[in-house]
Structures are given as structure tokens and as C-alpha cells.
Design a binder for this molecule. Structure first.
Ligand SMILES: [Zn+2]
Length: 482
């Protein structure tokens, strides 16, 4: 017999709704039974894990993020006005490019680990990491941390190429893109990635899966997009990309191809159910039918878009029959908070109080992620499913009393209420703390790395929009921990 655990929360979230007083039996990495309140548990030989005042729900599936990007940039420029025509993230690309240099590679791993464990601790059990840097470092962290992940490096990896020049825009408002990352270079990055599949796809008892990640239609050569489609078939893997994220992307695609980004993906053979496309904020209405019929999933990142004073029409996508999942896309690592924003901003977007309902958003953030990843056994609590579980305390003043745990968790809880995280049957967070991790030491290491990155960036004049004074040099850069 393998490891057996019996989880006894106050409530269990199952596909049929809340079951108060139920227990969940896990053996090795699978759920073997959901037992009703009042069931005779005396004959069950298992470690009993009591979860008083907690809702036990499926682990959250973050289907779009870039591990490490958040800690480098969050809280730095969100409240500053930006020059006309620039999306929120463009000035930060200068900082990201700086942080992703080879010289910081070793120290930056502490930042990526901090971010990964931040997601894990706040209830995310699966991360789709569209890796912006150092995929090897991330894979080591993923293997060690116990998280479940689908990942691959962004193609091309060069962030300046991906996001465009910072202070030059074409006449139509789209960012100018340096030509340094040629089609040949992009294709060689794809070839290198294929070699990684042999080593990493299915590693860590299957918790680690590789995917292919072209950055976006307008940043990748068409031959690369075709190469990705061909490789995805051959390797039988998923693909992720950004889609219709900003108006400039549509303008640039129109100029280059005479059509929309999704139509280009279709031409390249990428518009199918292997594709997880982040945002789609500006997806043209005439492409909705193709998005639905092709089977792509749109990864909705509510908090990220809200900081750009935007919301993507994700409920409209759902009404059109398009598959939707949730993601954070950097900055935030808290998928519970993402539930609140997706629900509340979704209501504002529709103008209807009951649409989307909390239960729908919660389902999208769990089973919806499983569907996007072709894993119907992921994101549900039922016999036979993977044992990826989250226990959230609803006893705080912000959450208690509880009438309907689904509405409470989606509208009033945060990742800080997470007490238990189980991935693949292993307890990774117990009593709110990451098991086996010296979190203070990790934070100190991440802090050292970030201080160096920020200080040298200020010295180089890379943050003039937000830190115009060089008098803030040498450790006086705002920092969360020192
Ligand atoms: Zn992204």
C-alpha cells in the first residue's frame, strides 16, 4: 500500500457542488474516494489530516504566467502615467531585459524560486510558465518544489525583440521591433527546445511537461510558427502564445499579413485545441467563431489587464462558445485573488450581477485549466482524479461567517487564507507554510538579487520614468524587505 491520507475539511468542493462534512481519501497521487458526512471512517487505515474551518477545493491552475517577472516589476510603475501609445508593460521590458542578463542568472534563480513558491503557497498547484528567461533554472526549481507545470521558453527569448523598442513607435502606434532576432535565430531556438523534450518532458513523475511557446504572431517569423505547429504534432505537446494583447499587435499583423493574428495562427496550423492563447483582449468579433470552432483556449488574466485599466471580454468569449481558463501573467502570484477580480470585473463588463457567477469562475480556474491542458483528471475532486488539493480557511474576519463557501472563496478570500496545498498526493504547504523550505533565507537571497538588479538599473538610467532621481542609488531603491 502506498501513502494514504484522509482529508477532513468542513466543506469539499466537488463537480456536483459543496458537500459539507465530506472527507477525501487520497492514495499515492490519486483521489480514491469522496466520503459523505456521517460515513464510517473507522476502518480506514490512513493518516488523518484535520482541516477545521477549511474549504477543500481542487488546486488552482494558472494557465498563463512568466515566473520571475512579477517580483522584478510589481509595485514599481503601476500608478504612473505612461506616454501615449505605450501599453502598461513596455517601460518594464527595459527592467526585465536587465534582470534577465547572464550576469544575474545565478542570483535570479532565488527570485524565480520565490515566485514559484509564492504561487504554490497561495493555492496554485499547476503553473503554465511561458518562460521569459532561464528555463533550465526554472525546471530545477519546479522539480524541487513539487509544483505541477507545463513550460517552455518563449520564442524568441529576447524580451526587447518581443516587446519592441521602448521609445520608438511606428506611425500606427505599434512598437518598433529590432531585427536582431532573425528567423534563423528563432528557428535555432526552437531546435534547441526540441532537444529539451527528451530530458524534461514527463520528468518528476510526470509533474513536468514541456510545451512550445512562440511569443506572439507579430514577433515570430512565419516559418517559426509553422515549425512550432509541425513540432507540436510530432512531439504531441501543447502550445502557448499571446494573442491580440494590444492594438499595436493587430496593426503590425495586418501590415505584415493582411489579416488578424488568429487567422495567421490558423494559416500556420496552430489554431487548434493544443493552443492556450493569453488575453485575446482585442480579438476581433469576426474571429470569435474561429476561436470557438478551432478549440483554442483563451487564458484570461484579469488582474494583469485591470492594471492596464482594461478588462478582456472573457464572459463574451464564453457566451460565444470559446474555451476560457485563468492566469495571472506575472505581477500577482495569487490565483485566489484572481478569482475575485475575474468575477467582479466580469460582472462590471457584462453589467449583470449574476454573470459570471462565482461558481463558474471557480470552475474555470480549476477544471477549466485541466481542459486546456487536456487533463480531465486535473482540477476536480472526484475518485480517480489527480490529488492536487487546496485547503482554504474561511475563518478570518474577512470571510466568516460563511453561507455559501463558493461565493465566499471567490469574492472574499485571498491566497493568504490558504492553509494546505497538496500536489500529486504530496503535502507541499501545511498550516500555511511551504514544507521543508527556509522561506526567510529564500526571501533574503531573492532580496539580494533584486537589490542588485534595481540598483544597477537605476544607475544605468533604466527607470527614469519611475525613479528619476539618481539620489535613490545604493540600497535606497524601494524594496519590500530591507
Ligand atoms: Zn504573458
Amino acid at each position: 500500500m502506498g501513502d494514504r491520507r484522509l482529508f477532513r475539511p468542513k466543506w469539499v468542493l466537488t463537480p456536483d457542488g459543496i458537500r459539507e462534512g465530506a472527507s477525501v481519501l487520497v492514495e499515492d497521487n490519486r483521489i480514491t474516494a469522496v466520503l459523505d458526512a456521517g460515513a464510517d471512517l473507522s476502518g480506514i487505515d490512513a493518516e488523518v489530516v484535520e482541516l477545521a474551518d477549511q474549504l477543500l477545493m481542487p488546486g488552482l491552475v494558472n494557465t498563463h504566467t512568466h515566473v520571475g517577472a512579477g517580483p522584478v516589476g510589481r509595485g514599481i510603475s503601476e500608478d504612473y502615467p505612461l506616454p501615449d501609445g505605450m501599453p502598461f508593460y513596455v517601460p518594464l521590458s527595459r527592467l526585465w531585459r536587465w534582470a534577465y542578463q547572464e550576469r544575474f542568472r545565478e542570483s535570479f534563480r532565488a527570485v524565480m524560486e520565490w515566485d514559484t513558491l509564492g504561487m504554490l503557497r497561495s493555492g496554485t498547484t499547476t503553473i503554465v510558465n511561458h518562460a521569459s528567461t532561464d528555463i533550465h533554472g526554472y525546471l530545477d526549481i519546479a522539480a524541487r518544489s513539487g509544483i505541477r507545470t507545463w513550460t517552455g521558453p518563449t520564442i524568441p527569448l529576447d524580451v526587447t525583440h518581443r516587446l519592441g523598442q521602448l521609445d520608438r513607435t511606428a506611425g500606427d502606434g505599434s512598437a518598433e521591433r529590432p531585427d536582431s532576432i532573425s528567423g534563423d535565430k528563432q528557428n535555432s531556438e526552437l531546435a534547441e527546445l526540441e532537444e529539451m523534450f527528451a530530458t524534461w518532458d514527463g520528468a518528476a513523475d510526470g509533474r513536468i511537461r514541456m510545451l512550445l511557446g512562440p511569443a506572439a504572431v507579430h514577433t515570430d517569423e512565419f516559418s517559426v510558427l509553422q515549425g512550432v505547429a509541425e513540432a507540436a504534432q510530432r512531439l504531441d505537446c501543447l502550445v502557448t502564445t499571446h494573442l491580440c494583447q494590444a492594438p499595436g499587435e493587430l496593426a503590425e499583423t495586418q501590415r505584415k499579413y493582411g489579416t488578424t493574428p488568429l487567422r495567421v495562427l490558423e494559416r500556420a496550423g496552430l489554431a487548434d485545441d493544443r493552443l492556450i492563447a493569453a488575453h485575446a483582449t482585442y480579438l476581433p468579433v469576426e474571429d470569435y467563431e474561429l476561436a470557438a470552432s478551432s478549440g483554442i483556449t483563451i487564458a484570461h488574466c484579469a488582474s494583469r489587464k485591470a492594471k492596464e485599466a482594461l478588462t478582456s471580454p472573457f464572459q463574451v468569449f464564453r457566451d460565444a462558445g470559446i474555451k476560457v481558463s485563468l492566469g495571472t501573467d506575472g505581477f500577482s502570484c495569487d490565483m485566489v485573488e484572481e478569482l475575485t477580480l475575474a468575477t467582479t470585473l466580469g460582472k462590471i463588463a457584462t453589467g449583470r450581477l449574476h454573470t459570471p457567477a462565482s461558481a463558474e469562475v471557480l470552475e474555470i480556474a480549476t477544471a477549466g485549466g485541466g481542459r486546456a491542458l487536456h487533463r480531465p483528471d486535473l482540477g476536480v475532486i472526484e475518485a480517480g482524479a489527480l490529488a492536487d488539493l487546496v485547503g482554504i480557511s474561511l475563518a478570518d474576519a474577512a470571510t466568516w461567517p460563511v453561507f455559501d463557501p463558493i461565493q465566499t472563496v471567490a469574492l472574499y478570500a485571498s491566497g493568504r487564507d490558504v492553509r494546505l496545498v497538496v500536489v500529486d498526493g504530496e503535502i507541499r504547504v501545511r498550516d500555511g507554510a511551504v514544507v521543508g523550505t527556509d522561506i526567510a533565507a529564500l526571501r533574503a537571497a531573492a532580496d539580494t538579487a533584486l537589490q542588485e538588479i534595481w540598483s544597477t538599473a537605476v544607475d544605468e538610467g533604466l527607470l527614469t520614468e519611475v525613479l528619476p532621481s539618481t539620489s535613490r542609488r545604493n540600497g535606497a531603491v524601494p524594496c519590500p524587505t530591507s
